[in-house]
Design a protein around this ligand. Structure first.
Ligand code: DAT
Length: 177
C-alpha cells in the first residue's frame, strides 16, 4: 500500500504543469515525474508527427518504464494526457486550465510552436478536452480542475494540493493503524 499519493498534473501544453510540479515537489517532497523527460531518457518515443512537429509516445513502453517507480507512490505525474495511467495507480488528478486564450497563445508562441500546433492546443483548451478525458478515465471525486492564469493562481493551487496531500497521508496512516 502507498504511504504517499500519486498525483497527475495534466492540462494542455502551456497551462503551467511544470511550474506547479516544481513548486509542489519542493513543498511536499513528492517526485516530479516529467513524462516528456522520461520518454526522452528511456527511449519511449515511437514516431515523429511532421505536421504537429512532435514525437508520439509508445504508451506500453512508457508504462513499463515508470511502473516500478509509480507503484511505490509519491509521484507528481506531469503530462498533457492522463487516461493511459491505470486507475489503481492514481489518487488525485489535477487538470490545470487557462481560460484566457490570449494568455495561452502568448505562452505557446513564446515556445516557437508552428501555426498548426498552436491552433490544435488552443482548440484543445477551448473545448476542455483534457478535463473531459480525465473525467472519463477516473472517478469524478478525484478529478479537480484549477485555473492557472496568474502567478497568484500557482500559489493558491499549490496550497490546495499540498493540503490535499497532507490529508491523504493522514487518512492512510489512520487506515494502517
Ligand atoms: P506546461 O508544463 O503545462 O507546458 P509550463 O509550466 O512550462 O507549462 O508554463 C508555460 C509558461 O507559462 C512558463 O513560462 C510559465 C508560465 N506560466 C504557467 N502558468 C502560469 C501562471 N499561473 N501564472 C504565470 N505564469 C504562468
Amino acid at each position: 500500500m502507498r504511504t504517499s499519493p500519486n498525483v497527475i498534473i495534466t492540462g494542455t501544453p502551456g497551462v503551467g504543469k511544470t511550474v506547479h510540479c516544481e513548486q509542489l515537489a519542493q513543498e511536499t517532497g513528492l517526485r516530479h515525474l516529467s513524462i516528456n523527460q522520461v520518454a526522452k531518457d528511456r527511449g519511449c518515443y515511437d514516431q515523429f508527427d511532421q505536421e504537429l512537429q512532435s514525437w508520439i509516445v509508445d504508451e506500453d513502453k512508457l508504462l513499463d518504464a515508470i511502473e516500478d517507480e509509480v507503484v511505490q507512490g509519491g509521484c507528481l505525474i506531469d503530462w498533457h494526457a492522463c487516461d493511459l495511467f491505470p486507475k489503481s495507480w492514481i489518487d488525485l488528478v489535477i487538470v490545470l486550465r487557462c481560460p484566457s486564450t490570449s494568455i495561452l497563445y502568448d505562452r505557446l508562441s513564446a515556445r516557437g510552436y508552428n501555426e498548426a500546433k498552436l491552433q490544435e492546443n488552443l482548440d484543445a483548451e477551448i473545448f476542455g478536452m483534457l478535463l473531459e478525458e480525465a473525467r472519463e478515465a477516473y472517478d469524478e471525486e478525484i478529478v479537480v480542475d484549477l485555473t492557472s492564469e496568474k502567478d497568484d493562481d500557482v500559489e493558491s493551487n499549490c496550497a490546495r494540493i499540498v493540503a490535499w496531500i497532507e490529508a491523504w497521508k493522514n487518512s492512510q496512516t489512520k487506515n494502517i493503524d
